[in-house]
Design a binder for this molecule. Sequence first.
Ligand code: C2O
Ligand code: CU
Ligand code: CU
Length: 573
Amino acid sequence: MNKIFCFCIALLISCLSVLAQNPLHIPDTLTGPIYNLTVKDSSKIFFPPNVTPTYGMNGDLLAPVLIMNKGDNITLNVINELNVSTTMHWHGFHVSPQNDGGPHQIINPGTTWSPSFKVLNDAATYWFHPHLHENTERQVNKGLAGMIIIRDSIESTYDLPRKYGVDDFPLIVQSKAFDVLYQLAPFNSYDSIIMINGTIDPYLQVPAQVIRLRLLAAASTRSFNFGLEGNIPFYQIASDGGMLDQPVQLTRLRLSTGERAEILIDLSALQGQSLYLKSYASEFPIGIIGAAQVSLNDTLPGYYTNPLNGNDYNLLRFDVTAPTPNPVTTIPNSFAPLNPWLESQADISRDLIFSLDTLILLYSPVEGPFLINNQPFHMDSINIHSYLNNIEIWRLINTTDVAHPFHIHDIQFYILDINGNPPPLGQHGQKDVVLVHPNDTVRFITQFETFADNNEPYMYHCHILHHEDEGMMGHFLVLDTNALVIEELIALQEITLFPNPAADYLYFDTKNLKEKGDFHITLYNVLGQEVKASIRHEKEGILKIDIANFESGIYSLTIKTAQRKYQGKFLKP
Ligand code: C2O
Ligand code: CU
Ligand code: CU
């Protein structure tokens, strides 16, 4: 009832807003090495004379754009002047878990959090937002989000637009719902108001030359299908965490929540004209929030009356003015090659299955709650143990009716395939969010480099913020094997692994491990290829490994615990 009422008002507001056009707000910038961000309660007049309470960083909504260089040593002071706790996460950043700003790095009211680290990411467009357990949507929706631009020595060698606010523009694209009291309401179905950089119904004067747009899809749930009026082509040059190897010519670019892309548009021939950047949501397939139909089986309340769903709508009007001195006039041919890990390098492949939580009393196939590997998120359980420098393949399997933008902290990944097919060219580069459609399987490959910690986890989750808040999230630890003693089990073998040779079963006495807790056993054949075996508990501390189906030969096995890696060999006659 409450939701429906809010929705009617939101619709009314969206109709009125068409009357006024507003210059696009270009956020101020902050440069390092020290960034001060004051998070505070504020307010803003979106619909005069009504005052809307907001949150902002150094302002009344959103945040300054942070500009960084790869290799810089920086400190970010996040000063929490809210009367509630928050956190601040550097989305896409390769940082230690302590500096990540996930739900474990709480900033209490009246306190300051000051992570300090070296910027290790490649030139691209990143962002930051709160990540407070069960409160991410509320805080982001009320105004807490900002863009980060990283530059590096490779990107700077190309003839690209990079004059901020002149030929290089940040576009933080969001959709919001307002309730009867003109409050920003975190109800995902009624988000009928589009805001770019916090501006409703914006226009922007742009020079008649090649311009660069940094697109950040930062709505709480909605995906956008970017395109230019008249299907004017544009060129994608970067994905979430780095440049592509060459510009990809497109007329549409779909970004789901959390994703970024940088595009070039050649406006040289359009001086004096206006054109719209639009979202062509009518072209979305079923299952994407924003499509004409959200699912075959069910819908969100009020979904079809939200004018954004299934329709093409304007995002931003460009008014093309005279070129600047020394304009960029051409689209580059190519950039540095990409360097993805090879499938053959992978240490392990893991499955993450997305499903609907039907144990909850009030679940909905389109609203969730959703689970990953049948587990809801818990603040104190670890779902995945990985190891420093592990190269891993993660297979994301979506068994639900809606598409989920999957995001992982700490690393950038390369998509190996989507249902066995290579990803679209614009998704070949470094990514930290991938949209997994209903019934799809997406595989990516990555490496957990640089940072390991045996206690402090990183997060992976759906970036639809209420899915995340409702438990579609997990923890992974990157365990430290660098400092580990690599011990050969061979000396211990008689008492630890037996018998040797082993025909049908190999027994493993875990009591000889120097520490207790979780461990992983991996078996390899003589070629170093991983071989699978069923492993079961025989009796107290003894594991029974079924090798009856193994071909004869020499096998090795590794046992990784939180502290150590053990290796051993056995013969299957
Ligand atoms: Cu953009 Cu875990 O978040
Ligand atoms: Cu993140
Ligand atoms: Cu989701």
